[in-house]
Design a protein around this ligand. Structure first.
Ligand code: GTR
Length: 436
């Protein structure tokens, strides 16, 4: 009797474990999409080193004056949209709201207020700095998904009043006190601060709430309320990138920060925004794409995992209307995602994937980085040739040699882990030695 009971419990536990895994897989790998490398169609990537008029680009001067502006323009016209937010005159005010000691260092909270006529929009910026600061601090800057209070358990962090996507510790699209620290596993503050870096974050929904309302809310509503949607009008990813640049404005004039080491990081949709911000804003000294997938680092022509049609259907407000032309026709677009990555060169660029994150096409993220090599080569940097071989090994957690282009494929799911942070910190130290 006893052993039958035990057997039933084991069965129940096994069922629970299995069903959780299954539902995770269904959510993270929706049916009807390709997850099979052998079914990836043949494709040719748009050439980075040939101008639209067919001129070969062979020096960095030609890249800077001819080809780079062409590609940036295509990315604006066809994918992310032209930034048309600051149409009217608007004012920006930055204020230190609060500061104090936190678990691993110093906490400071600022508000950046954008105002136009009688309306305003407030972006809350949270800063963590190492406990002992002797000189200016290099910083990681990344937007967060659920509010500043979710990245640590620090009770003093202000809870956002902004609209939040439904989820854990959220009621009626508002954040709850119980949400403190729920995303802390993604932000290894202890490790970052102990290596001498600061961390700056803001909630992405305060810049532009992540739902399709015809661009009435967020920064679009404030600064461009009468917007008429054009085929090349910027969407939400462009707005989040714009918000990152406004935080870079603040970092660049504040003397506590090291202006030559502003590292922008983003996960998933915020990885797409981080890359787009880095492409346009050359004050950003290094960019990290964590599992950014479709519309981020991954090659769209591979049609592996999430596709252009699916992302446009699910998130019609993310890209510019022109991007919808490439639904089921990725191969007709004048750029692909390696074009986006090439905009970061010669600044250090790190792309990270995870083995189980098939929706984001981990190999497509790697091939995309690999395809930017010709541009980095113009500046004398190359990709370590043993990488590809190592990717095919069973366990992908490997220490690859890194130069200006960094990459790792972590075992596991779509996420940001302490292991990822360790790699980013190593890469930052490698490119910006701490004795600067
Ligand atoms: C998914 C989306 C991905 C990725 C992800 C995220 O639903 O399909 O492109 O952006 O969301 O941001 O969490």
């Amino acid at each position: 009797m006893k052993s039958r009971f035990r057997f039933k419990i084991i069965l129940c536990l096994a069922y629970l474990l299995l069903s959780q895994n299954l539902s995770h897989d269904l959510k993270s790998q929706p049916k009807g999409y390709n997850y099979d490398e052998s079914k990836v169609p043949d494709y040719e990537l748009p050439l980075l080193l040939e101008s639209d008029l067919g001129r070969k680009i062979s020096t960095k001067e030609e890249w800077i004056s001819i080809r780079r502006p062409e590609i940036l323009n295509h990315l604006e016209e066809e994918v992310y949209g032209k930034n048309e937010i600051p149409l009217g005159p608007f004012k920006v005010r930055t204020k230190l709201l609060e500061s104090g000691d936190s678990e691993f260092g110093i906490r400071k909270q600022y508000s950046i207020t954008f105002s136009r006529r009688e309306n305003e929009l407030i972006l809350n910026v949270l800063v963590f700095l190492p406990p002992k600061i002797e000189k200016t601090v290099p910083v990681f800057l990344g937007l967060n998904f659920r509010g500043n209070h979710t990245i640590s358990k620090d009770n003093e962090v202000i809870i956002t009043q902004g609209w939040i996507r439904p989820g854990k510790r959220v009621k009626n699209n508002r954040s709850l006190e119980e949400g403190r620290g729920i995303a802390s596993s993604r932000w290894d503050i202890k490790q970052i601060l102990s290596k001498g870096y600061g961390l700056i974050t803001a909630y992405y929904g305060e810049i532009d709430p992540d739902f399709d309302d015809g661009f009435k809310n967020g920064i679009h509503g404030l600064l461009n309320p009468n917007r008429k949607q054009q085929p090349n009008s910027g969407g939400s990813i462009d707005a989040w990138a714009w918000g990152l640049s406004r935080i870079v404005d603040f970092i660049s004039i504040d003397e506590q920060f090291d202006h030559s080491r502003i590292i922008v990081i983003g996960h998933s949709r915020l990885g797409k925004a981080a890359l787009w911000a880095g492409a346009k804003d050359e004050r950003i000294s290094m960019v990290i794409s964590n599992n950014s997938g479709c519309g981020g680092a991954a090659i769209s022509r591979r049609k592996f995992g999430e596709t252009v049609k699916r992302i446009n259907d699910s998130f019609p407000h993310w890209f510019c209307p022109n991007y919808k032309k490439y639904n089921d026709q990725e191969e007709t677009c004048i750029v692909d995602q390696h074009s986006l990555l090439s905009m970061i060169a010669p600044r250090p660029l790190y792309v990270a994937s995870a083995t189980e994150d098939l929706w984001a096409d981990p190999m497509g993220e790697f091939y995309s980085l690999q395809a930017t090599e010709p541009v980095f080569r113009l500046y004398g940097f190359k990709l370590n040739s043993s990488w590809h071989e190592k990717l095919n090994r069973k366990s992908r957690v490997e220490k690859f040699k890194q130069d200006r282009m960094g990459y790792h494929m972590r075992d596991g799911k779509h996420d940001v882990t302490s292991y990822d942070w360790k790699r980013y910190l190593d890469f930052a130290n490698h490119n910006f030695p701490n004795d600067q």
